[in-house]
Design a protein around this ligand. Structure first.
Ligand code: AMP
Length: 404
């Protein structure tokens, strides 16, 4: 597989799939440009090498959120809203093609020269995009000489612009962008070459979302620290009273078998010893700290307690590699954020002492930001679902399409 740096880009037309799925307000103003900024190294590099840059992305789910006439809300989901800011970021005029395929797109691309930038309209306006349609992929491929995928956030989707399109380019005419390359390098480092002891924190609402991750982790992690809503399904499977805490009763047997499986492997599975419990799911709820041996009816566990915070931090500080996916409490509410924020700080401290830390999953990323330690961890992934699937050991279509 070629690296972007190995490709001859001079005077070539380069089609780059980025993840510009940024949040917009109702007037089309960008609320957070992180995803655009993260793509800049790849975009600027391609321009500097004397290529013509053709950028494509999806924005939102326009076919799922039709307007009151049952049609695509072009105004709301158009990538045209990004043109002024992209122009500022790249410091180059950006030509907008009001469709990603068809005569206007192909004429605009055909007439463009080196150093010029074209932004294509939302790929998800096309019905074939999410179906991985070959005809659509071929039309996109016809716009360019080289294809670059820098959209790690959608690498787990087999869509026309993320996977199918790559089939129309041979291995010397396609590559990962720098953002994607870095994600793959870091994810692979965790899966294949992590220095021991390896500790993973697995949090979040549901155990059903993280089963495959936990099973994969048992192949190489020394410690798995369970937190968040999913802990209560594990605790209940051990016969503990969990009151009104979140529980997936259909997964009790599975949670029990995961605990047994961990005991038969070299992985130590930790469940929190105590919780911050609340009398309702509310930022102003009454709270108390109790042992997880018995949570009364009418109360629910919404954060790990001080004992768990302390023992989890000790494990993290003794680790050489750390993976974090999912908050260990309802950190969106201040009263239940302590556990998550204290673990973020423990990860930063361990990283200061030489550990490698990978933070994946949207909520863990915002927790690291909230704790003010984002510059003290080793790598923050931009792809929540994509990184989760990568770490589960799955083949991601967007990656496979470039590698093959
Ligand atoms: P996930 O997307 O699966 O990583 O779940 C993240 C969500 O889990 C966040 O919105 C948290 O508020 C929520 N969460 C964490 N701990 C709990 C808990 N103890 N009870 C209910 N929800 C929780």
């Amino acid at each position: 597989m070629a690296s972007l740096k190995d490709l001859d880009l001079k005077d070539k037309k380069v089609l780059v799939r980025v993840d510009f799925n940024v949040p917009l307000d109702k007037d089309g103003t960008i609320l957070d440009d992180t995803r655009m900024v993260k793509a800049l190294p790849t975009l600027k590099y391609i321009l500097e090498k004397g290529a013509c840059l053709i950028i494509m992305s999806h924005l939102g789910r326009p076919r799922k959120k039709l307007n009151e006439h049952g049609k695509i809300d072009v105004e709301k989901f158009s990538l045209k809203h990004l043109v002024p800011h992209l122009t500022e970021l790249l410091e180059v005029h950006v030509e907008f093609a009001p469709s990603c395929i068809g005569p206007s797109a192909s004429n605009t691309c055909m007439q463009a020269h080196r150093g010029e930038v074209i932004l294509l309209e939302n790929t998800r306006f096309e019905e074939g995009e999410t179906k991985g349609d070959e005809a659509l992929a071929q039309q996109l491929a016809d716009l360019a000489d080289i294809y670059v995928n820098d959209a790690f956030g959608t690498a787990h989707r087999e869509h026309a612009s993320t996977a199918t399109v790559a089939r129309y380019f041979d291995k010397d005419h396609k590559a990962f962008g720098f953002l994607m390359e870095n994600e793959v390098l870091n994810g692979s480092k965790m899966l294949n070459g992590a220095e021991k002891p390896v500790t993973a924190i697995v949090g979040g609402a549901k155990v059903s979302d993280k089963i495959q991750l936990i099973e994969k982790l048992m192949e190489f992690a020394d410690n798995i620290l369970i937190g968040g809503g999913m802990s209560y399904t594990f605790l209940k499977s051990q016969g503990k009273e969990i009151g009104d805490s979140l529980c997936e009763d259909d997964y009790l047997d599975l949670a029990h078998s995961l605990i047994k499986k961990a005991a038969s492997t070299n992985t130590q599975l930790y469940l929190p010893q105590d919780s911050v419990i609340a009398d309702r799911f509310d930022a102003d709820a009454n709270t108390k700290i109790v042992s997880n041996e018995q949570i009364e009816a009418g109360w629910m566990g919404l954060d790990i307690g001080p004992q768990a915070r302390h023992s989890y931090a000790e494990v993290l500080l003794a680790s050489k590699s750390i993976l974090w996916n999912g908050p260990v409490g309802v950190f969106e509410m201040e009263k239940f954020a302590q556990g998550t924020l204290s673990l973020a700080k423990a990860i930063a401290e361990s990283t200061d002492q030489g550990a490698y830390s990978l933070i994946g999953g949207g909520d863990s990323v915002s927790a690291v930001n909230q704790a003010g330690v984002s510059d003290r961890v080793s790598f923050i992934s931009t792809g929540g679902g994509a990184m989760l699937e990568f770490l589960e050991g799955k083949t991601l279509p967007g990656i496979a399409a470039i590698e093959s």
